[in-house]
Design a protein. Sequence first.
Length: 301
Amino acid sequence: MSEPSAFFQGRFLPQSQAHLPWHDAGFVLGATVTDLCRTFGQRLYRWDEHACRFRASCNLARIDPGLDDAQISRVAHELIGRNAPLLAPSQELCLVLFATPGTIGYYLDEPGGAGDATPAFGMHTFPLPYARYRPLIERGADLVLPDVRCIPPSCIDPRIKQRSRLHWWLADREAQAIRPGAQALLRDEQGHVTETATANFLAMKAGVVISPPANTILGGVSLQVVRELCGRLGLRFEERPLTEPNCLAAEEAMLTSTPYCLAGVRGLNGKPMAFPGPIYQRLRDAWSAEMGTDIHAGFRS
């Protein structure tokens, strides 16, 4: 089997040869903008929304990837075209984009500081890891509200999809210490629920699907799909602040994320929740109908 290709600094190359140097600002400063898109039928799904979010993240983070939107799209589709034939027909790909400010010269006794070098831009793919998410699909997510809070918007705009993620590491370690296997669901400084490290959070109460306000969370592409599906199903979709008591009083809850689309929540802070809940099942079935395939088929044993 041939090695997958990657794209880095303007050229395609074997994935094993694509490396960021250790004095890159993505490592030294944690200054990395990113996005992740997946395929359905080995074709990129909702690519335009992901590309738009990546560009917005770059602009907000003041990192220029060096390619325009049309060039990035051409590279993305070509990379999928190169790597998809290496998979079995039933497998799918995840595509990762990233951009950093480039190298910091003085870290290697070279000229230049942060922001003086050419920015680094790359893309790579990996097979969608069904096994990683299988327990989430089959048993639902177990969530914990840790003491670690999300970074205030005054420090980092939550609309930037980025990899400055030490707070997520700490939050998930705290969650694991409380309940092994749990994921952290973070709150802001005011105590309002926001999101997990990899997913948007939704609570359902009295037939209403409730999301935290858009200006407090990352704009999820899958979250937008849920909003659209709610409109087609006649379900009310609202944005409002959610507290811990609000969430514990919810009739059901779910996560939405690019790799697995939807996952139900089976527990929050030790309180069992309806899983699989009726609204979750309606949305999952509607999403599958839209795609013409069971969105969770690959995740089932």
